[in-house]
Design a protein around this ligand. Structure first.
Ligand SMILES: Cc1ncc(COP(=O)(O)O)c(C=O)c1O
Length: 429
């Protein structure tokens, strides 16, 4: 344990003292070591977890996917970051591939390094194109922690960091009336995740999504869909918006685009929107965005994720996860009450808001990495790697079954503890 103790000490002193304190408190001081396929291992103590969170889709293709590694190794024989000012072979190929795989005239791509950056770019383009200011997002949605992306998010993420940026408003997800009343003559764009992950995977109805598209059209407002988590085959179609028969004006991609190996993100624009860069094509720069090794990785990711066999596999696995989860709902109905699902984008719906953090911990203790949805703690996000095989499901479900049994046992104790904490707080007042 000496090596691990030293790592934790360095991390505590030089990266984050409070992350160390948090993970210690909950007995989860995992230090990432070997990783392969659907599994990650602690660097020292033998703890092994099946990754059912995948960092929100970064590991769609599993950990250290051999095809991605081979593509990157080959790239490194010929390429480096490249030059973000020059015309680039690999950037052109990657953007053309995205264009070929997108519907309609979503033909231009601006590359970045993160989902937050890609969101910021989308908002810049929307404001410049429409010459309007207001950006409407949904409460509980999440698009990143950078400038404009942060401004679209909930107050709790923004408040500690200073004054509000003007021109941002939130509406209620699933409520078309709430969006309708937020739209005014100064509205540039509506931005939302096709399925909001941090809000606990509420799956929108086709009618809702189509009404949003229609409202945007009627009011000359752009529709930005964030597919950072829901894109790249996660829902059983390459793009989640394909389930809804709509075409957005801007699509934001990140996470899985990296193949879990090389950071890259993309803001895909409808053709007319590229005109915002006509007066000055150098007005928006990202030194590392669209780095050439990243573009090569992205091409491999797209090639794998768009293949009909791959998507058929995702859909097949989705039916298996549904059938197996239904059995667990039957067995643990007092704790696990439902499954939110579109393909392998899933949320375990639990009894109350204490349950998400509790199940996250008992799942960890039973060898599964799942994480509760931060903006709806009644839900645990369930995002297995898309390459998960059928023969791996029994082990996953056996561990989940044990985690649910343990969580059910602990829940009454948690309630007592919360009651005591509550009483102590009121006594303090
Ligand atoms: C839907 C969605 N959009 C955007 C982001 C931001 O991505 P990044 O962390 O790469 O900036 C995230 C990150 O979790 C996300 O889940």
């Amino acid at each position: 344990m000496k090596r691990k103790t030293a790592i934790i000490s360095d991390f505590k002193q030089h990266v984050s003292s409070q992350k160390v304190a948090f993970f210690k408190k909950y007995g989860m001081d995992f230090v990432l070591g070997e990783r392969e396929n659907i599994r990650i291992e602690d660097i020292e103590n033998g703890t092994e977890l099946i990754n059912l969170h995948c960092n929100g889709g970064v590991f769609n293709l599993g950990h250290r996917n051999p095809q991605i590694i081979a593509a990157l190794k080959e790239a490194l024989d010929h390429f480096d970051i490249g030059n973000h000012h020059f015309i680039s072979l690999e950037r052109a190929k990657a953007a053309k591939m995205l264009s070929d795989l997108m519907p309609g005239d979503l033909t231009y791509t601006v590359f970045g390094v993160s989902g937050g950056e890609a969101t910021d770019t989308a908002i810049k383009v929307a404001r410049s194109f429409t010459q309007k200011q207001k950006i409407i997002s949904v409460k509980g949605g999440y698009h990143g922690h950078t400038g404009f992306a942060l401004a679209t998010g909930d107050e709790k993420y923004r408040k500690p960091f200073g004054d509000e940026l003007p021109g941002f408003e939130q509406c209620t997800f699933g409520d078309i009336g709430s969006l309708q009343s937020a739209i005014d003559a100064n509205t540039a764009a509506v931005i939302l995740e096709t399925i909001p992950a941090t809000l606990g995977m509420p799956v929108p109805s086709p009618e809702y999504m189509q009404n949003i598209r229609q409202l945007c059209d009627e009011n000359q407002v752009l529709l930005i869909l964030d597919e950072v988590q829901s894109g790249l085959g996660r829902t059983g179609k390459l793009w989640a918006f394909e389930h809804y028969d709509i075409v957005p004006d801007i699509v934001i991609l990140g996470k899985g685009l990296s193949g879990g190996i090389y950071p890259i993100s993309a803001t895909v624009l409808r053709k007319p929107l590229e005109s915002v860069f006509h007066p000055d094509p150098f007005i928006h720069i990202s030194t590392f965005g669209g780095a050439e090794p990243g573009c090569i990785v992205l091409q491999k990711v797209l090639e794998i994720s768009s293949s009909p066999d791959f998507l058929a596999h995702v859909n097949h696995m989705a039916t298996i996860f549904k059938a197996e989860t239904d059995k667990l709902i039957e067995k643990h109905g007092s704790f696990l009450v439902g499954l939110r699902q579109k393909g392998l984008m899933m949320g375990l719906e639990l009894k109350d808001t204490d349950c998400g953090p509790l199940l996250t911990k008992t799942a960890y203790d039973n060898g599964l990495l799942i994480v509760y949805a931060n903006n709806d703690k009644r839900v645990c996000q369930l995002l297995p790697p898309l390459i998960t095989r059928e023969d791996q499901v029994p082990e996953i479900m056996a561990k989940l079954d044990k985690a649910l049994s343990k969580a059910r046992k602990l829940r009454p104790l948690l309630k007592v503890r919360n009651l005591v904490t509550g009483l102590l707080k009121s006594a303090d007042r």
